[in-house]
Design a protein around this ligand. Structure first.
Ligand code: FNR
Length: 183
């Protein structure tokens, strides 16, 4: 089968982010012919529509190129105040412009997230799905992947045994979803 390139966008930029730890462990469950590429978002300037007519600064150009090169996009996001963190929305906005040149359009996507709360980013994910719908990104509906961070979820950089089957099902569904869309 054709090798796939998955862009992973983590909606938290803190050093010890649970979402990054989870995402790094999750990508180890991808099949050998699927490569994951973590997209950097912590050095992006705040999106300003005045910049649409000018050549993008290097960090924005890099983001747009990396999204354009992806066969699919996996968002793994924190929940801030019952929505997505501003850093993630900023990255989404940056790669969505100039108008008519969005790099997200048509990219199959899946959404996951980890929080310390009981509902494990469910509200942030609902908000993110609304944004992805507008961006014309086909979204994996099921299985959903809401997780509360707890000891044992990630063990020595791997998904812990209690959650592995659950996360593997999500990973397999996402890879199937991307393959359906890239042909
Ligand atoms: C949070 N946190 C949080 N958790 C949650 O389940 N729902 C929420 O709405 C919020 N809101 C929120 C706002 C802000 C500004 C912060 C800093 C935190 C807690 C959040 O789940 C926790 O900080 C996680 O550790 C964030 O994910 P990362 O950074 O570890 O990936």
């Amino acid at each position: 089968m054709k090798p796939l390139n998955i862009a992973v966008v983590v909606g938290s930029i803190r050093k010890d982010s649970y979402n990054r730890q989870f995402a790094q462990a999750l990508v180890k469950l991808l099949p050998a012919d699927v490569q994951a590429h973590f997209i950097r978002i912590d050095d992006l300037p705040l999106y300003n529509q005045d910049s649409d007519g000018a050549p993008p600064v290097p960090a924005v150009a890099r983001l747009r190129d990396e999204v354009a090169a992806a066969d699919g996009v996996l968002f793994v996001t924190a929940e801030y105040n019952r929505s997505i963190p501003g850093v993630l929305k900023n990255a989404i906005d940056q790669a969505s412009r100039p108008w008519g040149q969005s790099k997200w359009a048509g990219k199959p996507a899946a959404v996951a997230g980890v929080s310390i709360g009981a509902i494990g980013t469910a509200v942030a994910q609902a908000h993110l799905r609304s944004v992805l719908g507008f961006l014309a990104m086909p979204e994996l509906g099921q299985p959903e992947m809401y997780l509360t961070w707890k000891e044992g979820l990630v063990v020595d950089g791997e998904i812990g045994p209690a959650s592995r089957e659950h996360v593997q099902k999500f990973v397999d569904a996402f890879v199937g979803w991307v393959r359906q869309h890239v042909g």
